[in-house]
Design a protein around this ligand. Sequence first.
Ligand SMILES: NC(=O)c1ccc[n+]([C@@H]2O[C@H](COP(=O)([O-])OP(=O)(O)OC[C@H]3O[C@@H](n4cnc5c(N)ncnc54)[C@H](O)[C@@H]3O)[C@@H](O)[C@H]2O)c1
Length: 433
Amino acid sequence: MEKVDVKDAKGKLGVLIVGIGGAVSSTFITGTLSVRKGISKPIGSLTQLATIRLGKRNENRFPKIKDVVPLSDLNDLVFGGWDIFKEDIYEATKHAEVLSKDDIEVVKDELAAIKPMPAVFDQDFVKRLHGTHVKTGATRWDLTEQLREDIRKFKADNQCERVVVMWAASTEVYIPQSKEHESLAAFEQALKADNKEVISPSMCYAYASIAEGCPFIMGAPNLCIDIPAMWELADKHKVAICGKDYKTGQTMLKTVLAPMLKTRMLGLEGWFSTNILGNRDGEVLDDPGSFKTKEVSKLSVIDTILQPDVYPDLYGNVYHKVRINYYPPRKDNKEGWDNIDIIGWMNYPMQLKVDFLCRDSILAAPLCLDLVLFADLAQRCGFYGIQDWLSFYFKSPMHKPDRVPEHDLFIQHTILKNTLRKIIGEPTLDYLD
Ligand SMILES: NC(=O)c1ccc[n+]([C@@H]2O[C@H](COP(=O)([O-])OP(=O)(O)OC[C@H]3O[C@@H](n4cnc5c(N)ncnc54)[C@H](O)[C@@H]3O)[C@@H](O)[C@H]2O)c1
């Protein structure tokens, strides 16, 4: 197996987060700083905890991923980013009400030193928020130029070798793909013409990041980099991109349970998913425009896994509904219910009920860490364009236009690990021996 020529992971890795003051970002940063000090364990993170089987089953070789794959060291991460509120990340972490005071205080100084840069924001794209710490500029193009300057300055000021940019900001309202998204030339023209209908703020960040040669991760379901213009830009600058929408709670369960039904050839009549959530994300998703973006992302999963066209008797008529209810008392501690109506032998109905009492940002934080380290790895490997080997982390995995997305969590896991095996020159596994 030929080894991929991977550039060294040495030096500082800048992690620039859009929405750095939010619940997911602040939980990710606080946890990483705490792990770095040996105070917390990086539970949920494959890059830090998981092993990888190498060779045949009888060889008994299961090293940790981080011991055989050249990933950046956590001590080399430098955090920065943008938010529409200017409070520092110590204040923002307290505000998010995810972590206990004790867990925040141990890294107080490091958190307080991180101050968000002013954001590119347009309230038409996130109706429920009123940003106060925002850039001004004549056009979307000017704003994008300012973001590029921010990235260059951050990199120089912090002596970073490399930078990864990650979106963990609010979900923008749904916009369909339009002709301005279809080629880079049309997109750049729309940026310069300040076409606010079709160029969302997240597209400005993505453009800036890719143009600066920094991998870009889209953690929300925004259209953003899932358009031909961005794929063209990523190819032009040879930059790795991945998304969309972190696969954390209910959808993670869905991508385990749906393959289970299909593997056993059990039928499905309906799947009703509902959530109560009381954090700022819940408030943003209470707006129909932002909810629509999330709904599209959450709905795509079942159809792709179950292939109703291939199995019309089993899955030809599935009623799939997804609801998110903003319920402030729950804060970040989301509760997700699933009612699944399944069909067995001779058409007899059965039901499956799932009640997941989770913590949204606690589930998302380790995904952020892995994605930052793997996106940086991809870039150092010379991989560019859509990184569909990172589908494992996303609800709505981006994929090359000629491929169908892979949603099954365990197939995604196999693809991820086989890619790592390829990178280090080990044979990929077929699981026969
Ligand atoms: N937590 C999860 O399980 C999960 C799963 C999948 C996706 N997500 C997505 O991750 C994102 C973050 O979630 P969260 O719970 O941290 O939300 P949050 O509301 O706590 O944080 C979002 C942050 O983004 C900021 N923001 C909004 N627009 C911005 C802009 N244009 N530029 C810079 N900053 C901006 C807000 O001020 C806020 O601080 C959301 O889009 C959410 O849908 C979360």
